[in-house]
Design a protein around this ligand. Sequence first.
Ligand SMILES: *Cc1c(COP(=O)(O)O)cnc(C)c1O
Length: 369
Amino acid sequence: MDKVGETTLEISLSALAHNYRYLKSTLNGETKFLAVVKAFAYGSDMVAVASKLETLGVDYFAVAYVKEGVLLREAGITSPILVLHPQETNFEQLIASCLEPSLYSPRILRSFLATAKAHKQTNYPVHLKFNTGLNRLGFWENDVAYIIKTLGAEKALRITSVFSHLAASEDEAEKAFSLGQIKTFTTITENLNSQLGYMPMRHLLNTSGIINYPQAQFDMVRSGIGLYGFGNDKTIDRVLRPVVTLKTIISQLHKIEPGETVGYNRAFTANGYGMTATLPIGHADGISRHYGHGKTTVYINGQAAPIIGNVCMDMIMVDVTHIPCKEGDEVLVFGRAEQSAEAFAQSGNSISYEILTAISQRVKRVILK
Ligand SMILES: *Cc1c(COP(=O)(O)O)cnc(C)c1O
């Protein structure tokens, strides 16, 4: 058995490559692939993931904020980077790092245009985000006239792409709604492109969109969770490979007697003679308090050990009464066959996206080549 020695998040670049190639194989030949690497590449390692994907030939990256794009540039990533939710205060930094903003409202468009002009930019690449039903960020259909009036003859900016985001692409019960979003997006972009005099790229699909609405690939797709091994779908999850594995070790074993309690607020009471193991991972590492009280298990020597009592900041205690184990043994939190991140997340009423991005920067990352 390999010894991790401390809490460790292993990152498999070969699993990443497999997922990229698989998702890419489902696309039409000409469809471009944008890899979403926001939030430290869904909690893994943004630079390692982006560097690998760049060597595999990915077309575009997306991050949420300017700071994330700056980190990629500093690491030598040269591919175009779309910033999904840039903040006005960072526009100068965005231009200095050759990042490409998503512009999603007349206010943000005016503000970015002013900054681009002040910096004497011509044809600076920008992306227009339209709201088609998620009601989060985006221009409205009837903003097209304003956009044409403002950018039609404007030399400072060039619209590289127009995009929108599906609200429920993983949800079969919302198929009619998703098809409606696809239709609205088609109408908006046809209207905009016909008045613009050139053809920006169009993109709409996230991972579940790629799987469920292949007819709506347009010019590019944007995949995040699929690259990391999850597709919000059991069939797809069998084809994809989890990129990260979270492991820890047993720091100490405790014999407990009937009636004794374990942890803060005495939240667990032993009803017989037993054994607990204390592990060096807690809510400060991303294991929230929702995973305590016996609902969630970790795996020790292949056997399920429930997390008992309250999750502490730096530690959890698990019940190992029936598991042969010793101090220093490796513990699998999630990532291998015993328990996927999705299954772990479900036990705490959460989803793969949340548990992956919650793994805090305190946890050591190890890149498996
Ligand atoms: C995060 C994000 C994605 C990626 O979605 P996945 O479901 O992880 O593939 C795509 N588009 C936008 C606008 C996003 O914010």
